[in-house]
Design a protein around this ligand. Structure first.
Ligand code: GLU
Length: 585
C-alpha cells in the first residue's frame, strides 16, 4: 500500500477548505495486482482482505466488510437496515443487483405519518417504532452469498464477530455522531447503555465492545437468515418496534410490525439500470432506488455538451442545472416499481434528455425546474397518470455507508447500505446489539405522490452504487452515502473523472456541490470563498446557509496495465481505508 503524493496534495487542499486536522493513520489510496477494497473503516477493509486472502471472492469479502461496518459504523448501517448491492460477475460478464431495501409492515397506510391531515414532525417520526421498516440486510447478504459467493455466513461473519467481541477504539467521527444524537439515544435504555455513559457520548478511544451483536452474528452463522426472520431474534425485533425499550420517563410512538412481516421479507434480484456515457457502459441501481435512473438521466443530458472543452465554471453550471432538472423528474415519478408504473425507459431515453437539455440556460441558473413528460418517449404507454408538478423535496438524511470490492478473478461489488438517519430510529434491539432503521421516513408524508407509504411498499431511495465498464471490462466503480446528495456525489465524481480527466483520488477529494431542484445549492465548508464558487455566483447560483461535508465516496479503478487502484476519502468521515492484494497472494 502506498499513499499517493497526489492524494496527499488534494487532501491538503481539502483539509484547508474543510478545516479538518490531517491524520494519516489510514491509507485512502492503494494500487495492487489482485483483489482490492475501499471502505470508510479500516477494520472493515481488513475483514474484506482477510476473506480475499483466504480465497473468498468479492461477494464474500463485501459481506465480511459490511458485517464489520455494522460493528464499527453502527450509526450508518447494520443488520437492522437495508441496502442495494451491484455485482459484476466476471465469468458470466453480466451485472446483477440485489435489492434488500426495507419494506413497510402490513399495517401501513398512506396516512401513517399524518396527524389530523398534517405531516407529523420529522424528528418525532424518526425516533419511533413507526419509522422502522422490515430489515432486509440479512436476506440480502444471504442471497449474495448463496447465489454468487463461495463462502458460508459462518466464514464471512467471523472477522466481524471478532471485532464485536474484542472491541474497537471509538474514533473522533463516531464520537461526534454520538454527541449529535445524544438526545435521540437517551430515549432508549438499550441504546443509552451501549453508546452513552451517564447520558453522554462515550469518549474518543474508549474500547467499544458489542457482545450482543457478536451473539446475533453467531446465531446467523449457525442458523442462517431464519435466525433473524423467525424465532427469538425476530420476536425481539417485533417487540422493540411495537413496544420500544424506553428510558425512564421517555415516550415515543410505537410501530405495528408482526412476525409475519419479518417471515415474509424477500430480497429482490433485479436487472441493473444501464446507461451509456462517452464510451462507458454504466450499471446502476434501479427502483426502488432513484439513484441509477437519476444519475443516468443527468449524464444523458450532459452528454450533449463537450464538457472537456468548456471552461470549468461552465461545466459546473451545466452540472448543477442538469441535476436540478433530474431532481424535478425524480421527485415527480420515481417510487417502488411494484406499486407505481414508473416511465423508466422514457426517463432514460436520449430523446427525453435532449428535450430536458434545451431547458438549460447556458448563462443563468433556474430557480425551480418542473418535471418533464417522459411518457412521450415511453414505449409502454399503459400508465396514464401524469404528475403535474414535482413534489417539494422531502427532508432526507445524509448518512449511510458505501463500500466496493474486487477479486483476482475480476468479480466486482459496489454496495451501499444503511439504517437511514445517523443511528436510525435510535432503537437498539434488546439482547442483540443492533440499531433498527428509520427507513420508513424516506416515504413522502403527504400525497397524492408516487412515494407515499403503503403496506409492503419500499420507500424510494437515492443510493447509487455504480459499476462502469469500458469495452466490456470493468473500468471503475463509484458510490457514496449522503441521502439525496448521493446522486449528485456520484454524478459529480463521474464528471470529474471522465470529462475533466481527474485521477479518481482527485475526483473523490474535490469539494462537492449538490443541487436538488432548490433555489440554493448545498456546498461544503469553505467553498463559497473560492474563485470556483464566485464564478458560479455570477451565473446566479446561491449557496445553502449551513455548509456541511457531503458524502463519503469509495471507488475502484481498473487501470489499463492490469493493476487496480482502491480509492477512499482522504479527509471526509475520518478518512477511508483502501487496501489491495499483490500478485502472489
Ligand atoms: N435513506 C437514504 C436513501 O435510501 C439513505 C440514507 C442516507 O444516506 O441518508 O436514500
Amino acid at each position: 500500500m502506498t499513499i499517493s503524493a497526489r492524494a496527499l496534495a488534494c487532501g491538503l487542499t481539502l483539509s484547508i477548505i474543510l478545516n479538518v486536522p490531517l491524520a494519516w493513520a489510514k491509507t485512502p489510496v492503494a494500487t495492487g495486482t489482485g483483489g482490492a477494497v475501499a471502505t470508510i473503516s479500516e477494520k472493515a477493509s481488513e475483514s474484506a482482505m482477510a476473506i480475499l486472502n483466504r480465497g473468498g471472492n468479492a461477494i464474500d469479502a463485501a459481506v465480511a466488510a459490511a458485517a464489520t461496518l455494522g460493528v464499527t459504523d453502527p450509526f450508518s448501517c447494520g443488520i437492522g437496515g437495508g441496502g442495494f448491492m451491484v455485482i459484476y460477475l466476471a465469468k458470466d460478464k453480466r451485472v446483477i443487483t440485489i435489492d434488500h431495501r426495507e419494506t413497510a409492515p402490513a399495517s401501513f397506510t398512506p396516512t401513517v405519518f399524518q396527524q389530523k391531515g398534517k405531516p407529523v414532525d420529522f424528528d418525532t417520526a424518526v425516533a419511533s417504532g413507526m419509522s422502522v421498516g422490515v430489515p432486509g440486510t440479512v436476506r440480502g447478504w444471504h442471497e449474495a452469498l448463496t447465489r454468487y459467493g463461495t463462502m458460508s455466513f459462518k466464514q464471512v461473519l467471523a472477522p466481524a464477530i471478532d471485532v464485536a467481541t474484542k472491541g474497537f477504539p471509538v474514533s473522533p467521527t463516531l464520537h461526534k455522531l454520538t454527541v449529535e444524537n445524544e438526545k435521540k439515544f437517551r430515549l432508549f435504555s438499550t441504546t443509552s447503555a451501549l453508546y452513552l455513559r451517564n447520558g453522554k457520548a462515550v469518549p474518543v478511544d474508549t474500547v467499544l465492545r458489542n457482545p450482543d451483536l457478536a451473539k446475533a452474528y453467531r446465531e446467523l452463522a449457525a442458523r442462517g437468515p431464519k435466525a433473524f426472520y423467525e424465532g427469538p431474534m425476530a420476536r425481539a425485533i417485533v417487540g422493540a418496534v411495537n413496544s420500544p425499550p424506553l428510558a425512564e420517563g421517555a415516550s415515543v410512538r410505537p410501530g405495528k410490525m408482526t412476525m409475519a412481516d419479518l417471515a415474509n421479507y424477500e430480497a429482490r434480484i433485479r436487472p441493473p439500470v444501464h446507461t451509456t456515457y462517452r464510451g462507458y457502459d454504466l450499471y446502476g441501481m434501479g427502483l426502488p432506488s432513484s439513484g441509477g435512473i437519476a444519475v443516468g438521466e443527468a449524464l444523458n443530458i450532459l452528454e450533449g455538451y463537450d464538457l472537456k472543452a468548456l471552461p470549468r465554471s461552465e461545466v459546473d453550471h451545466l452540472y448543477l442545472e442538469a441535476s436540478r432538472l433530474v431532481f424535478a423528474d425524480r421527485n415527480a415519478y420515481l417510487a417502488d416499481p411494484e406499486f407505481v408504473d414508473v416511465p423508466v425507459a422514457g426517463l432514460l431515453s436520449k430523446q427525453f434528455a435532449a428535450q430536458r437539455r434545451r431547458l438549460i440556460n447556458p448563462n443563468g441558473a433556474a430557480i425551480r425546474a418542473t418535471a418533464g413528460d417522459p411518457y412521450q418517449f415511453q414505449n409502454d404507454q399503459s400508465f396514464p397518470l401524469r404528475p403535474q408538478a414535482s413534489a417539494a423535496r422531502a427532508r432526507e438524511g445524509a448518512h449511510t455507508t458505501h463500500l466496493t470490492v474486487s477479486d483476482k478473478d475480476g468479480n466486482v461489488v459496489s454496495y451501499t447500505f444503511t439504517i437511514e438517519s445517523w443511528g436510525g430510529s435510535g432503537i437498539t434491539v434488546p439482547g442483540y446489539g443492533f440499531l433498527l432503521n428509520n427507513e420508513m421516513t424516506d416515504f413522502d408524508f403527504v400525497g397524492p405522490r408516487p412515494n407515499v407509504p403503503e403496506a409492503y411498499k419500499r420507500p424510494r431511495s437515492s443510493m447509487a452504487p455504480t459499476i462502469a465498464l469500458k469495452s466490456g471490462k470493468p473500468a471503475f466503480t463509484i458510490g457514496s452515502p449522503g441521502g439525496a446528495t448521493i446522486i449528485t456525489t456520484v454524478l459529480q465524481t463521474i464528471i470529474n473523472h471522465v470529462d475533466l480527466g481527474m485521477p479518481m483520488d482527485q475526483a473523490v477529494n474535490t469539494p462537492r456541490m449538490s443541487q436538488r431542484n432548490e433555489s440554493e445549492t448545498s456546498i461544503e465548508p469553505g467553498f463559497s470563498a473560492t474563485e470556483q464558487a464566485r464564478a458560479l455566483v455570477r451565473y446566479g447560483h446561491q449557496w445553502e446557509a449551513k455548509p456541511e461535508e457531503i458524502g463519503a465516496a469509495n471507488a475502484l479503478v481498473f487501470n489499463p496495465d492490469g493493476t487496480v487502484t482502491a480509492v477512499s476519502e482522504s479527509l471526509r468521515h475520518g478518512i477511508g481505508a483502501a487496501m489491495v492484494q499483490h500478485r502472489g497472494h
